[in-house]
Design a protein around this ligand. Structure first.
Ligand SMILES: C[S@@+](CC[C@H](N)C(=O)[O-])C[C@H]1O[C@@H](n2cnc3c(N)ncnc32)[C@H](O)[C@@H]1O
Length: 280
């Protein structure tokens, strides 16, 4: 993909390396992964799937909770992310599968999985097909735990409303891009969120799974963390015809107008679902 005309994708070494460095330096993905892994109740599990596992931050959280004899499969369609994961997360219980999430059932025997955990990714996938695949691989009583970014789920945690922050980096980025590059942001789409809880419930039911629990959780960070996150090529802004270097130049100018330790809050909708039935 030409770096000039699009935000770099997941299957790019630059994204994979920057993403792994971010997860090492800041708690966002390790903390959300651990939260999901705990909710999956992995103590007696034999086989766990880390769906859309990327460079392995979620697999690492899972591996701390599963028994010694357990196996963990990390599945992702971005080989570049998994190359970093293979190098940095070394555990004999972990194997890597490069495939799309909706292809899961083609790689794992039906009814064999105790839990599927998916951190920070489900709304990027074809949800009905993925839920059907998850249902197929789960054993009776097996858990499916995932989260949805607040903006995509159409929810906000109380703390996000209550925390007084300065101007958002995103807003400053768009203002600076408009001022220095004549950038016009596309009109904000109005309409339903990409993956609301109502849609999740309908898709789970269609796939033959039960909703067990939901919670809106807040993740607390700083503007410094947000700047590091926006430096990962796949997340760099604004969209449109910018090089990564231009995006970083805009980000640097925007960041200079903020106080690094200003608190930020990210909201997540956490969902726990289950394949009906008791453990055989
Ligand atoms: C934000 S990362 C999360 C990675 C990991 N779960 C973590 O917490 O660090 C999103 C991941 O979803 C993967 N992804 C997106 N759509 C996918 C799909 N349809 N099938 C498989 N992987 C997908 C991307 O390649 C990327 O590695």
């Amino acid at each position: 993909m030409a770096p000039h005309d699009a935000v770099l994708g997941w299957d790019e070494d630059a994204t994979a390396e920057a993403y792994a460095a971010f997860t090492h330096d800041f708690p966002m993905y390790s903390a959300t992964s651990r939260d999901l892994a705990l909710r999956a109740r992995l103590t007696n599990s034999c086989l766990v799937v880390d769906l859309c596992g990327g460079a392995g931050a979620t697999a690492e959280a899972i591996l701390t909770l599963v028994p010694r004899h357990a196996r963990v499969v990390s599945l992702d369609n971005a080989a570049a992310m998994q190359r970093v994961g293979r190098r940095t997360v070394r555990d004999p219980r972990l194997t890597w599968v490069t495939a799309r999430a909706d292809e899961l059932a083609g790689h794992i025997p039906a009814g064999s999985v105790d839990a599927v955990v998916c951190n920070s990714a489900i709304w990027k996938t074809p949800v009905p097909a993925v839920f059907a695949a998850v249902r197929q691989v789960l054993r009776p009583g097996g858990r499916f735990v995932f989260n949805i970014g607040g903006g995509f789920a159409g929810i906000r945690h109380e703390d996000e409303r209550a925390t007084r922050t300065g101007p958002s980096l995103n807003r400053l980025i768009h203002e600076i891009a408009a001022r220095d590059y004549g950038y016009t942001a596309p009109a904000k789409a109005v309409g339903p969120p990409k993956l609301s809880l109502e849609a999740v419930i309908a898709h789970l039911s269609a796939a033959g799974m039960d909703l067990t629990d939901t919670e809106i959780v807040a993740q607390h960070g700083t503007v410094a963390e947000k700047k590091a996150w926006l430096s990962i090529p796949v997340f760099a802004r604004p969209d449109g015809d910018f090089t990564h270097a231009q995006r970083m130049e805009i980000l640097t100018k925007a960041y200079a107008q903020t106080a690094p330790e200003t608190p930020t809050v990210t909201s997540w909708l956490v969902v726990v679902a289950q394949r009906p039935g008791a453990r055989p």
